[in-house]
Design a protein around this ligand. Structure first.
Ligand SMILES: *[C@@H]1O[C@H](CO)[C@@H](O)[C@H](O)[C@H]1NC(C)=O
Length: 330
């Protein structure tokens, strides 16, 4: 290190004397000797000194290398012998002081071992998110995917992220998962099976996304909130809700639906369809025309306001309801 240090000092002195008077050769050398911040290809400050296996050890101080690479048990051992020349390029890179992270093994290797959302166990996710008991809080942390969740997760909050797609395996095996809130992401598609095998799922909140279609829903669902998406009637399978025998709250306001997506299970209490493009409904959207005596005391809250539908055109559609839907009846 002595020669480059000397050359550097010399260049500095010459520079002080005035750059204009610096000979062309000298200025070039000074540039060579000053690696710039962020330039991973910056050469070692050796000037015209040629690296070769004989003088290499004198120029690059490896005495503290082992100390730098001591990360405990987590990382594979790096043998100093692997740095021996040839080739010339790799020892130059490895022994550079920490100017850029990519040029320094001390910077890059531990990062690879750090917990991240892509890791495959509960623990790493709980360093990215906050896990409290069976709740996992991942709000507003720029997630682009559902992180791997601890098997005992019952409540997941991953609101205000950038998740765009939900894959079939994202919730696989989470038999205790009861509550999923993915409000305000950019979810535009959900694999059909993503929620299917979740026996405990009761609350599914997907408000404020870009969904045009619904996946298959698990039979135990009670509360489904898909407000503020891009749902079209073609994106909801016929009878998609009929088999959901525990469904009580269905919030589909502020979408692009063209018709009332019934029939609905008898458990339903609240149906919000305001601010869609609904122009029509089926005779049996709410009531079974074959059973004139039946009533649906539960379904008290139907909203159809903000739709281009004339509710007066469907006089036989409401006979079983305890209360008429909110909307235009003229
Ligand atoms: C709505 O339908 C009823 C019954 O057919 C009709 O009398 C009324 O004029 C319609 N209103 C509008 C705004 O089309």
């Amino acid at each position: 290190m002595r020669l480059p240090a000397f050359l550097g000092l010399l260049a500095l002195v010459l520079g002080e004397a005035g750059t204009a008077s610096l000979p062309k050769e000298g200025r070039k050398r000074r540039e060579e000797q000053t690696p710039r911040e962020g330039d991973s290809n910056a050469a070692l400050p050796v000037g015209n000194y040629v690296l070769n296996p004989d003088n290499y050890g004198n120029i690059i101080d490896l005495s503290n290398y082992e100390e730098l690479t001591d990360y405990g048990d987590q990382l594979p051992e790096v043998k100093v012998t692997s740095l021996a020349p040839p080739p010339r390029a790799s020892p130059t890179k490895s022994s550079m002081p920490a100017r850029t992270s990519s040029a320094n093994p001390m910077m890059t290797r531990p990062t690879a071992g750090l917990p991240g959302p892509s890791a495959n166990h509960g623990l790493p996710t709980c360093l990215v998110c906050v896990c409290l008991g069976s709740s996992v809080y991942c709000d507003d942390i720029d997630l682009e995917d559902i992180p791997p969740l601890p098997w005992m997760t019952a409540y997941l909050y991953a609101r205000y992220n950038r998740i765009s797609h939900i894959r079939a395996g994202d919730f696989e095996g989470l038999t205790k998962l009861k509550w999923v809130d993915l409000s305000s992401n950019s979810i535009s598609s959900i694999d059909n099976d993503a929620f299917r095998g979740l026996p405990a799922l009761q609350h599914l909140i997907l408000a404020g996304n870009q969904l045009a279609a619904l996946p298959v829903l698990p039979g135990g669902i009670e509360f489904l909130d898909i407000r503020l998406n891009r749902l079209r009637s073609s994106g909801i399978r016929p009878e998609a809700f009929r088999a959901l025998k525990k469904l009580q709250f269905l919030f589909l306001a502020d979408n692009l639906l063209e018709s009332v997506p019934g029939p609905f299970p008898l458990s339903l209490r609240s149906l919000h369809l305001q601010n869609n493009r609904i122009e029509t409904m089926q005779r049996d959207s709410f009531c079974d025309p074959e059973e004139h005596k039946h009533t649906r005391r539960q379904l008290e809250d139907i909203r159809l306001d903000g739709n281009p539908i004339n509710l007066s055109l469907f006089p036989s559609a409401y006979f079983c309801l305890p209360r008429l839907p909110v909307g235009r009846f003229t």
